[in-house]
Ligand binder design. Sequence first.
Ligand code: ZN
Length: 331
Amino acid sequence: MEQNFNCELVQDLLPLYQDQICSTFSRTVVEEHLRECPDCQRIMQKLQDNRYDRQLLQEKNNILEAHARKERKKTFLIGSSIAGILTIPVIVCLICNLAIGHGLDWFFIVLAALLLTASVSVVPLMVPEHTVLWTLGCFTGSLLLLLFTICLYTGGNWFFLASVPVLFGLSVLFMPYLIRKIPLSGFLARHKALLVMAWDTLWLYGVILVCGFHTAAADYWRIALQITTFCLLLPWGFFLIIRYTKLQTQIKAGVCTILGGLFGVVVNPVIALILQDRERFLACTSLEFALWNENTVNVITALTIAAITLPAGIALIVHGFLKQRRHHHTS
Ligand SMILES: [Zn+2]
């Protein structure tokens, strides 16, 4: 009983003893007890080991931090050098434009072009946090500025016609990445893929819209909207099946394969219907080998696609079902 009582006291004192902040009296008590008690010796050993581990970790972190600081300084220096080099043509063009012309006109095109260069060279090197977001933002901004200055300089009215499709393309490429970086909560956080699909769809209709303002084609709005909407059915169908059905993976793949093949078969006739082109519709729905032409090739291609995708899709679905059943049996 007495032994246990001492042990408890000593073990309470051990951290203080180890940090050398206990009184001389406590110190002697601890040392005397340690000499006789293997239990407390073991605990003391553990405390010391932990302390070494902590010290090692601290030193390692210090070294890594120093290295990172050095690297950051180096990239910052390279970034500022590139920025410095890029300002030379800016100054030269500024002087030339002022000297030769009557004011500043094409100078802004050079400036925007160099900003575009800087956005992919200087920005990634100089921005310490959210580098990709900053780079993408600056790249998009300076690209739009470049289009705008050229449009202004040439007296064109095509700025939106050029920039909306550019933004659509950039959005298709980078939105999946960006949306992962944007902090969202609740419903939006759980449906990020849906957000990306909706966003890209809106931009596509934006492209149709700006094209509409630049064309005098008859019946443009009806034809453009119907063809776009029809073509969107395929990616949206794929997306909804893959993301929101609880089917087994191979069954999903099979359904998508069949849908893709079906789309390949009906796309030409549907477009002919939308264009209200009776001749075109008849040509792409009938096979006449006597009149071997472009339409014959189209129809044969569509049939070949169906002949490959239909059995392939069915095979995938059957395989998926079999696998699912085997899984149910074993579990
Ligand atoms: Zn003890």
